[in-house]
Design a protein around this ligand. Sequence first.
Ligand SMILES: NC(=O)c1ccc[n+]([C@@H]2O[C@H](COP(=O)([O-])OP(=O)(O)OC[C@H]3O[C@@H](n4cnc5c(N)ncnc54)[C@H](O)[C@@H]3O)[C@@H](O)[C@H]2O)c1
Length: 451
Amino acid sequence: MSKSRFSRRDFLQNTAGAAGALAAAPSMFLKPEYIPSALEKVAPSDRLRFGIIGIGMQGSGLLTAALTLPGVECIAACDLYDGRHTLAKEIVGHSIPTTRRYQDLLDNKEIDCLIAAVPDHWHKQVVVDAVSAGKDIYCEKPMSHSAADGLAMVAAYQKTGRIVQIGSQRVSSVICAKAKEILAQGTIGTLTLVEGSLGRNDPTGAWEYPPPPDLSPSNLDWDTWQGTVPKVPFNPNIFARWRCWKEYGTGLAGDLLVHLVSGMNYMLGWNAPPKKAMSLGAILRFPDGRNMPDVHATLFDYGGAPVYLRLNLGCDTPEIYRFQGSKGILEVTEYAITYYPQTGEDSGPSYYTSGYPQKMRDAYVADWHAKNDPPPGKEPVLEGFTFRGDSWDDERPHLWKYFSGVKSRQPVVEDAVFGNNAALACHMSNESYFQKSAVIWDAASGTIKAV
Ligand SMILES: NC(=O)c1ccc[n+]([C@@H]2O[C@H](COP(=O)([O-])OP(=O)(O)OC[C@H]3O[C@@H](n4cnc5c(N)ncnc54)[C@H](O)[C@@H]3O)[C@@H](O)[C@H]2O)c1
């Protein structure tokens, strides 16, 4: 079509028209949070000595990350598998006392605080015992293995006043902090829907981890590992792949949904369990004997905009949030925040008028343009933007916040109440899946009920 066939008016109408044109989005880099180097001198009286419980896949990463922070040192490690005593010493770089009994760490007066990265079915006991023994504790997510466990943990936290931080590290990321600021400013207008998703498509992503080849009842306290769960004979696959079974793990909900929920709650300034959850899921891609679904989608009612969070171990998809509102979409990913603006206004005469007779339609269209077309040179421009920053998965800022809280005695953001509210969403998601029914959180009885 030749250029001359378009009038200025046609151009405005056919592109963004009265709604405005979309300007190229500027991209800005977020300054990483300042964390002093581990080489920084810290007075001996200000140093923190921590002990770690559970040095598996996550605990080994936390220990490595913690040792890059100034003024902290690991002085003892506990695990039920002796191979991880060796690993702890390898990470620390010299010999430290190791034990199979975490009670030894609780009794150790030299230890100021703890980090715990044990499977979900052990979180409650470890946290309750730690705070009751007067120790602060960083406990991995999901905070609890059940709603009842979570309530017991909150009660112990509130009774003892110790610092408890749960390990959904994105809560301490510059990405989520900036998104929180943008959302609080009302940039996206009225929040109308929250969408979040994450997908993987490989056996490791689906928790089919290779157990350590030497694992045996002689180097692992299998009986204690099982905790209060009905005992089964030694099974290396359960040791390594515990996420697959509800007896030990909390499935996709506790493994991955909890990150989406914790980040969402932080960014929106929410700190309550959902009122209602409705889940669908199935075991479609990994029918390997697991009893937890490998695809799991949940709709949550938080009392306003619907929240729709989807997890899939059977197809790789990016991890993403889309906060949708009357003024556009805020998309948040591991490294970036992008705002796609919308005016929320009609960008041309309503297409409903195609149902008007010609004369009436022409009059409406002419009137609409007269009232809505911007004067030449005053066409509105919609400005989106992108912020980029360090990965929201980096544990260092979260550990730094924990150690800073231990020193200052100031409350941390992701405390036991926050952690419990996020974990409750996960338990509701699982309950809804297993009960094949919508569920509500009944605060009065402290239970999840099918409706
Ligand atoms: N924040 C994150 O991004 C993230 C990532 C991975 C795992 N996690 C969480 O970390 C926790 C641990 O997961 P993982 O993948 O490292 O598990 P893992 O199985 O690799 O390691 C857990 C370790 O805890 C030990 N253990 C179990 N019970 C114990 C007890 N009573 N006393 C002492 N040691 C005990 C086990 O022997 C094992 O070595 C889980 O809650 C998981 O959800 C968090």
